[in-house]
Design a protein around this ligand. Structure first.
Ligand SMILES: CCCCCCCCCCCCCCCCCCCC(=O)SCCNC(=O)CCNC(=O)[C@H](O)C(C)(C)COP(=O)(O)OP(=O)(O)OC[C@H]1O[C@@H](n2cnc3c(N)ncnc32)[C@H](O)[C@@H]1OP(=O)(O)O
Ligand code: FAD
Length: 674
C-alpha cells in the first residue's frame, strides 16, 4: 500500500521532508482516481503481477532500438499479456482472461507496459468497441469471442489519404451485389487508400472499414463493414488487399499505423456492421434512428481520450513536482543555501495548476462517461435519442480542451525540469509525443471546436425562442435578462462569469452571422468568415463546463474533511488560474472589472503559497508506480543524479572509448590539419 510504503522505502532527504507532514489522507485521493477502493486494490495487484514479470521488461531501452525491434518488442509483450491473462489463476477474481486484459488496457497500466504505443491498442480500443457498440446481438455472438481470444486481431480503418475530417467525403465504396448477397469493397482512387489506422500495417488480420454504402446506384453514406485482410495462420495479405505500414511518426512508433487498398474485395452481406442500419438480402436499406449512430465508436473513443490524457498529465506532474522538490538552484537570498526550485513562485505556478487540472479533467470526464452510458442505455432500450447532441457536443468539447491543455501542460512540465527534462530518460519527451497526436486523432481539434460552436449557435437561437435546451447549455435560458457584471468572486460567481462571457460572445458572433446573411452571403460562407470567433466561444464554453463540473463534484463529495479541504483549494486554484488566463475575454464581455482581476491575481499567489507544502504529497497520492513513470527525474526515491548518470551509461556510444566513426571520419580530418 502506498501509505505504508512511505514509512519503509528509501528516499532522498528533500522528499523525506516533503512527505513528513501531509494534511490529508493520500489513500482516499488514490481511490478517487482509481474509481473506488476495490479498483485501487485490483490495480495494485495487477501491478505486482506485471512489474515482477521479467518477460514484460524491455531488453534494452526502446530509444536504442530500431523501428523493427520496437514493433517486435511491443508485439511480444502485448501477446504475452494476452496469453498470461487468459490463464493466470490470480486474475480470476477480476473476471480473468479478456475481462482482465480489457481492465488493464483501460487503465494507466497500459502506459507502463507499452511505453511508445502498442500494436494491439486499436484492437482493444476501437475494434472491440465497434463490435460491442455497433454490431447486432447475433453478430456479436459470432465476432466477440474470436476477437476477445485473439483468434482474430482487428483495427478501425476510417481515415483515407484524401479525407480524415470530412467523413462524408470518404471514397472507399461498399457496393451491394444482390445476386451473390455480397458487398464489393473497393478503393477507386489513390486518395481512397486507408491511411493511419493503428495496428493496420502488419498486425491486424481483420478491420472495421468505413465505406460509402451503394445499393442499386444510390449512395447511403459512410457505414462500417468487417473485412478480412490477412489469411488465418500464414497471415499473408488476402487477394485484392494491399496493406503495409506508413513509416516513422513523431511518436507512438510501435503502433504499425498502416495503409490499405481494396481491389474489388467481396465480403458476405452479413459482414456489414448492423446494429443501427441494415441491408436486407433483397437490397432494402433499413435506416437507423439517427444517421450519426454509426459514428458511435468515435464518440466512445473521445470519452476514453479524456481519461487517457489525464493519466499522461498525472505522470508528467508527478515527475516535474518531485524533481522540483529535489532540484536546488540559484539563490533566494544572497549567500544562503540554494533553495529547492519549488520555492520559486514561478515554479509553483508551473506545477500546481497542472495538478489541479488533473482533478478538473477527471471530474468532467466522469460526468461525460455517465452521459455516454445513459445514451447507450437509451439506444439499447430503443428509447429516444434526445441526449445525442449533448453527448456529441460535450465529447467534442472535452476531448479538444483536454488534449490541448494536457499537451501544453506536459510541455510546461518539461520546461520546468530545465535541461534534464529534454532527456529521453526523464520520459517527458515520450509522454509529450504520445499525447500531442490526441489533438489530431479522433477528430482534429479545430474541427471539433466548430462542431461545438454549431451546437452553441443552434442552442442560442433556441433559447431566444424559449425552446428546450440541452443540460450543458441550460444556462442560456437567462441570457436576455442577465446583466453581464458579476459581483461576487466565489467559485459559483466565477462560473457565472464564464456563462455571461459565452453568452456575450455568442451574441456578438450571431449578430455578425446575421449581418453577413443580410448582406447576401451564403450561410456556409458567413460561418467560415466567423469561424475564428466561433472556435473562441466554443473554447470558453468548454472551460465553463469543466469549472462547473469541478465545483459540482466537490459539492457532492462525502469523504474526509482533510481531503475535502485540499480539493477545495485545488478547485479554487483551477478556477482562478483559468479565469486569469482568460481575463481578456472576461473583461471584454464585462463580466469582470480590472480591480476584480487584480484581486484574483493576489489570491492566486496566496493559493500557490498555501498549496506549496502539499505539492509532493498531492502527486504521491496519484500513486503512480515507478514503472508507470519510467523517469530518472520522477522516481519515488528522488535519487535523480545517480539515475541520470546510470542511464547515460546505457548509451551504446559509451560501449567503447573511441568509436569506429572517429577512425572513419574525424581522424583523417584531424590528421590532415596537423
Ligand atoms: C475509470 C474508467 C476509465 C475508462 C477509461 C477508458 C480509457 C480508454 C483509453 C482510450 C485510449 C485512447 C487511445 C486512442 C487511440 C485512438 C486512435 C485514433 C483513431 C482515429 O482517429 S479513428 C478516426 C477518427 N476520425 C474522426 O474523428 C473524424 C472526424 N470527423 C467527424 O467526426 C465528422 O465528419 C464531423 C466533423 C463531425 C462532421 O460530420 P458530418 O457528417 O459532416 O456532419 P455535419 O457537420 O454535417 O453535422 C451534421 C449533424 O450531425 C451531428 N453530428 C456529427 N457527428 C455526430 C456524432 N458523432 N454524434 C451525434 N451527432 C453528430 C452534427 O452535430 C450535426 O447536427 P445538426 O443538428 O447541427 O445538424
Ligand atoms: C497517431 C494517429 C493515429 C491515428 N489512428 C487512426 C486510426 O486508428 N484509424 C483511423 O481511421 N484514423 C486514424 N488517424 C487519423 C486521424 O483520425 C485523422 O488524422 C484526423 O481525423 C484528422 O484528419 P486529417 O488528417 O484528414 O486532417 P485534415 O482534416 O486534413 O486537417 C488539416 C487541417 O485542416 C483543417 N480543417 C479540415 N477541415 C476543416 C473544416 N471543416 N473547417 C476548418 N478547418 C478544417 C484542420 O483544422 C487542420 O488544421 C490517426 C491519426 C494519428 C495522427
Amino acid at each position: 500500500m502506498a501509505g505504508k510504503q512511505v514509512q519503509v522505502r528509501f528516499c532522498v532527504p528533500d522528499l523525506q521532508k516533503e512527505r513528513a507532514n501531509c494534511s490529508f489522507n493520500k489513500e482516499e485521493i488514490t481511490n478517487i482516481f482509481d474509481g473506488g477502493e476495490h479498483n485501487t486494490e485490483t490495480r495494485r495487484k495487477l501491478q505486482n503481477i506485471i512489474f515482477s514479470d521479467p518477460n514484460l521488461q524491455d531488453p534494452i531501452p526502446p530509444d536504442y532500438m530500431s523501428h523493427e525491434q520496437r514493433y517486435e518488442n511491443e508485439l511480444r509483450k502485448a501477446v504475452y499479456v494476452m496469453k498470461k491473462f487468459m490463464t493466470d489463476p490470480q486474475l480470476q477474481d477480476i473476471g480473468g482472461g479478456p475481462e482482465a486484459i480489457k481492465w488493464m488496457y483501460n487503465s494507466i497500466l497500459r502506459h507502463a507496459i507499452h511505453k511508445d504505443g502498442n500494436p494491439l491498442m486499436l484492437h482493444f480500443g476501437m475494434f472491440l468497441g465497434a463490435i460491442m457498440g455497433q454490431m447486432s446481438e447475433e453478430q456479436q455472438a459470432e465476432w466477440l469471442p474470436k476477437a476477445m481470444s485473439g483468434e482474430i486481431i482487428g483495427t478501425y480503418t476510417q481515415t483515407e489519404l484524401g479525407h480524415g475530417t470530412f467523413l462524408r467525403g470518404l471514397e472507399t465504396t461498399a457496393t451491394y451485389d444482390p445476386v451473390t448477397d455480397e458487398f464489393i469493397i473497393h478503393s477507386p482512387t489513390i486518395t481512397a487508400t486507408k491511411w493511419w489506422p493503428g495496428g493496420l500495417g502488419k498486425t491486424s488480420s481483420f478491420a472495421v472499414v468505413m465505406a460509402q454504402l451503394h445499393i442499386r446506384g444510390q449512395n447511403y453514406g459512410p457505414h462500417p463493414f468487417v473485412v478480412q485482410l490477412r489469411e488465418h495462420v500464414t497471415h499473408a495479405s488476402r487477394p485484392g488487399i494491399t496493406v503495409g505500414e506508413i513509416g516513422p511518426r513523431l511518436g507512438l512508433n510501435s503502433n504499425d499505423n498502416g495503409f490499405l487498398r481494396f481491389d474489388n474485395v467481396r465480403i458476405p452481406r452479413t459482414n456489414m456492421v448492423m446494429k443501427h442500419s441494415k441491408v436486407l438480402k433483397d437490397g432494402t436499406y433499413v435506416k437507423p434512428k439517427s444517421a450519426k449512430l454509426s459514428y458511435g465508436v468515435m464518440v466512445l473513443t473521445r470519452v476514453g481520450i479524456c481519461y487517457d490524457v489525464c493519466w499522461q498529465l498525472m505522470r508528467a506532474t508527478t515527475i516535474a513536482t518531485r524533481y522540483a522538490a529535489v532540484r536546488h538552484q540559484s539563490e533566494l537570498e544572497v549567500g544562503e543555501a540554494e533553495p529547492q526550485i519549488i520555492e520559486y513562485q514561478t515554479q509553483q505556478y508551473k506545477v500546481l495548476p497542472m495538478i489541479a487540472s488533473v482533478y478538473a479533467i477527471w471530474f468532467a470526464a466522469d460526468t461525460l462517461r455517465h452521459t455516454y452510458m445513459e445514451v447507450q442505455k437509451n439506444i439499447n432500450k430503443g428509447s429516444d435519442l434526445d441526449l445525442l447532441p449533448e453527448l456529441h457536443a460535450s465529447s467534442c468539447a472535452l476531448k479538444a480542451l483536454f488534449s490541448t491543455d494536457v499537451t501544453d501542460g506536459i510541455s510546461v512540465m518539461r520546461l520546468g525540469c530545465g535541461g534534464h527534462g529534454y532527456l529521453a530518460s526523464s520520459n517527458l519527451p515520450r509522454i509529450y509525443t504520445s499525447t500531442t497526436p490526441s489533438q489530431t486523432y479522433e477528430g482534429e481539434n479545430t474541427v471539433l471546436w466548430l462542431q461545438v460552436a454549431r451546437f452553441l449557435i443552434k442552442s442560442f437561437r433556441e433559447a431566444s425562442k424559449g425552446g428546450r435546451l440541452q443540460p450543458s447549455v441550460a444556462y442560456f435560458k437567462n441570457h436576455q435578462t442577465q446583466t453581464r457584471r458579476i459581483t461576487d468572486l466565489s467559485n459559483s460567481g466565477l462560473v457565472s462569469g464564464y456563462e455571461r462571457s459565452v453568452l456575450s460572445m455568442l451574441e456578438a458572433v450571431a449578430k455578425q452571422l446575421q449581418q453577413y446573411s443580410e448582406e447576401g452571403m451564403r450561410y456556409e460562407h458567413a460561418w467560415n468568415a466567423c469561424s475564428v470567433r466561433l472556435v473562441n466561444v466554443a473554447k470558453v464554453h468548454a472551460r465553463y463546463i469543466v469549472c462547473d463540473q469541478f465545483v459540482k463534484a466537490l459539492a457532492k463529495y462525502e469523504g474526509s474533511s482533510g481531503v475535502r479541504q485540499i480539493m477545495d483549494q485545488l478547485c479554487r486554484l483551477y478556477m482562478i488560474y483559468s479565469v486569469t488566463n482568460d481575463q481578456g475575454i472576461l473583461l471584454k464581455s464585462g463580466a469582470l472589472t480590472p480591480d476584480q482581476c487584480n484581486l484574483l491575481e493576489e489570491e492566486l499567489g496566496e493559493l500557490l503559497a498555501a498549496l506549496r507544502p502539499e505539492a509532493v504529497n498531492l502527486v504521491d497520492a496519484f500513486d503512480l508506480h515507478d514503472e508507470v513513470l519510467d523517469s530518472t527525474l520522477g522516481a519515488w526515491d528522488g535519487d535523480v543524479y545517480n539515475r541520470l548518470y546510470n542511464e547515460a551509461m546505457k548509451s551504446p556510444l559509451n560501449k567503447v572509448d573511441v568509436p569506429d566513426a572517429y577512425y572513419k571520419y574525424l581522424q583523417p580530418l584531424m590528421k590532415s590539419n596537423l
